[in-house]
Design a protein around this ligand. Structure first.
Ligand code: PEP
Ligand code: MG
Length: 596
């Protein structure tokens, strides 16, 4: 992986090196989202459009109040009345006549669009508060800005906030994007995105891959270097962003892109219906990870044999309220029936870490990745958890559904989750609602304690799925979303390999299936190593399935096992990476163009 940095090439263009997290090349104008700010673009309205704009403004105020009420109720339930009081302050801002009248005057008198009017009124309001003596009032500046941002987002249709006023296809340049923001991007308007922060396994990167948007993260200070509207060339495979590219650079990039397209069309597409089988006949199941049900046609196109990881968080972060049981059921049912008879592994809610939802308030924590995340949250919020479990069980009547618990750190958590699941089963039986009585339950192995006690865990589940994104971060104490320590994030570290190996050996000793669903599975260099270590299934962002399949079809099980054996004896992650690169380069050289 190349370190982020900048190289000046000739006088005009600037080449910025970051981390490529979602493949593809894009050329287009930059939309720069300044840190702490969202892009609010001012427009002048025609006089005839003013009444409609006022109606839009009023509707956004009503929606904002509704959201604040709902969030306040959720916060009250989750953490108590005291912490929920902050929303009373937000509602007071929303009712403040001075603020509202100022915004209205700008719309009516100066024919400014509602977003810009709200933004300007809130800036003036905040400036006035900042100037007063009273400390309490000064502290309300942040609340005013918060409320204003929420109104602006609602004006843009609730979740189109970032894109609300943008009328041209663009490359988004931002410090970072929250997963909820990435989820709300209008795919038709976004050519790619480039961010100062982030890493390969941040959930924003995962979302970009799901949406098929090229992305480069960890670029350091790209937001400070690019001016709005400037032309960019970005390569999400190589992790490069070129600011003001020369014609020559554009031509070269076009040729490289064509070469990749040729590999895809000539070599990879014909593999779609062939098995991922080594030259000596050993089969590996290749499954897809999905974030959104709408990805299903795409994953089938790439030859996925099932869904090995359905990340359900996006149902929770893509809307301002908790998804109801029926809304969830509908999403899971669609996934189950559209994939049937192929299996669908639905992972229960994994909020926390770098994924938050306004509908599920969690008090801020100093170390969110080590905190109230995933199964810990669900076991503490049994009503939210059981609502999801019931929805998944009901969907199991429509296909081959599996349930998987994230972030398991001890056997007790599996037992407690299973006990809640049993309550849901009893409830559905009593109401004579059909579900699959034999639905398999699995545990994600992504915490070292779980990998080391795989022998104790195995009797309680039907399968393991190694979440290497988290396993690497927790084993090496390297925050998976912090680009400053990205060079220490080494999936091939001997400690990680030993944990993977132990999980597979102990799982197989007890006859259970072992999958890998972290980013390692999607890497055509590392997939042979995982095969050699003995995994049964690799589940990945589906665009990688053809390349991984191609590599597997060019190696024997013996070669993969030899690689794994040497890797387990190696001293450093770099040595292992060299061995992996060597095998793929020898056996499937055509793939090297695709691996950055
Ligand atoms: C993982 O940790 O490897 C994983 C697949 O889960 P997520 O990336 O959603 O944390
Ligand atoms: Mg994980």
């Amino acid at each position: 992986m190349n370190a982020p940095g900048h190289r000046r090439v000739r006088s005009r263009e600037i080449v910025a090196q970051g981390i490529g997290v979602s493949p593809g090349v894009a050329v287009g104008p930059a939309m720069v989202i300044a840190p702490e700010e969202e892009a609010v673009i001012e427009r002048r309205l025609a006089a005839k459009d003013v009444p409609a704009e006022i109606a839009r403004f009023e509707a956004a105020l009503i929606e904002t109040r509704r959201q604040l009420n709902r969030i306040q109720e959720n916060v009250e339930q989750a953490v108590g009345r005291h912490d929920a009081n902050i929303f009373d302050v937000h509602k007071m801002v929303l009712d403040d006549t001075a603020f509202l009248e100022q915004a209205l005057r700008l719309i009516e008198g100066q024919h400014v669009n509602a977003e810009a009017a709200v933004h300007a009124a809130s800036e003036r309001y905040a400036a006035a508060l900042a100037a007063v003596e009273d400390e309490y009032l000064r502290e309300r500046v942040a609340d005013v800005k918060d409320v204003s941002r929420r109104v602006v987002r609602n004006l843009a249709g609730g979740h189109g906030g970032l894109m609300g006023e943008w009328r041209q296809k663009c490359i988004i340049v931002a410090r970072d994007l929250a997963p909820s923001e990435t989820a709300s991007l209008r795919k038709d308007m976004v050519l790619g995105f480039a961010t100062d922060q982030g890493s390969k396994t941040s959930h924003t990167a995962i979302m970009a891959r799901a949406l098929g948007i090229p992305a480069v993260v960890g670029l350091g200070d790209i937001t400070a270097r690019v001016r709005p509207g400037e032309r960019l060339l970005m390569d999400g495979t190589k992790g490069v962003v070129v600011i003001r590219p020369t014609q020559r650079r554009l031509r070269q990039s076009g040729k490289a892109q064509q070469a990749r397209r040729d590999i895809q069309a000539g070599l990879l597409d014909p593999l779609r219906d062939l098995p991922a089988q080594t030259t000596d006949g050993h089969r590996i199941a290749l499954f897809a990870n999905v974030e959104l049900v709408k990805e299903i046609p795409d994953i089938k196109q790439h030859g996925a044999e099932g869904i090995g990881l359905f990340r359900t968080e996006y149902l929770y972060i893509s809307q301002p309220h908790l998804p109801t049981e029926d809304e969830q059921f509908e999403a899971y049912r669609r996934a189950a029936s559209e994939m049937a008879p192929a299996p669908v592994v639905i992972r229960t809610l994994d909020l926390g870490g770098d994924k938050f939802s306004s509908s599920v308030p969690v008090p801020p924590e100093i170390n969110p990745f080590l905190g109230f995340r995933a199964i810990r949250f669900c076991l503490a919020q049994p009503e939210i958890f059981k609502c999801q479990l019931r929805a998944i069980l009901r969907a199991s009547a429509y296909g081959r559904v599996h349930i998987m618990y994230p972030m398991i750190s001890n056997v007790e958590e599996v037992k407690r989750a299973n006990a809640l699941l049993e309550e849901c089963r009893a409830d559905l039986r009593e109401r004579q609602i059909p579900f699959d009585e034999a639905l398999p339950i699995g545990a994600m192995i992504e915490i070292p304690s779980a990998a080391l006690t795989a022998d104790l865990m195995a009797p309680h589940v039907a399968f393991f799925s190694l979440g290497t994104n988290d396993l690497v971060q927790y084993t090496l104490a390297v925050d998976r979303v912090n680009d400053r320590v990205a060079h220490l994030y080494e999936p091939t570290h001997p400690a990680v390999l030993k944990l993977i190996r132990n999980t597979i050996v102990e799982g197989h000793r007890r006859g259970i299936h072992v999958a890998v669903c972290g980013q390692m599975a999607a890497d055509p260099l590392m997939a042979p190593l995982l095969v050699g270590l003995g995994v049964d299934e690799l589940s990945m962002g589906s665009s990688w399935i053809p390349a991984v399949k191609d590599v597997i079809r060019h190696i024997s099980m013996k070669e993969a096992q030899d690689l794994a054996e040497s890797a387990l004896k190696a001293v450093s992650a770099q040595d292992v990476m060299r061995m992996c690169r060597g095998l793929t380069a020898r056996k499937a050289p055509e793939i090297m163009e695709l691996v950055g």
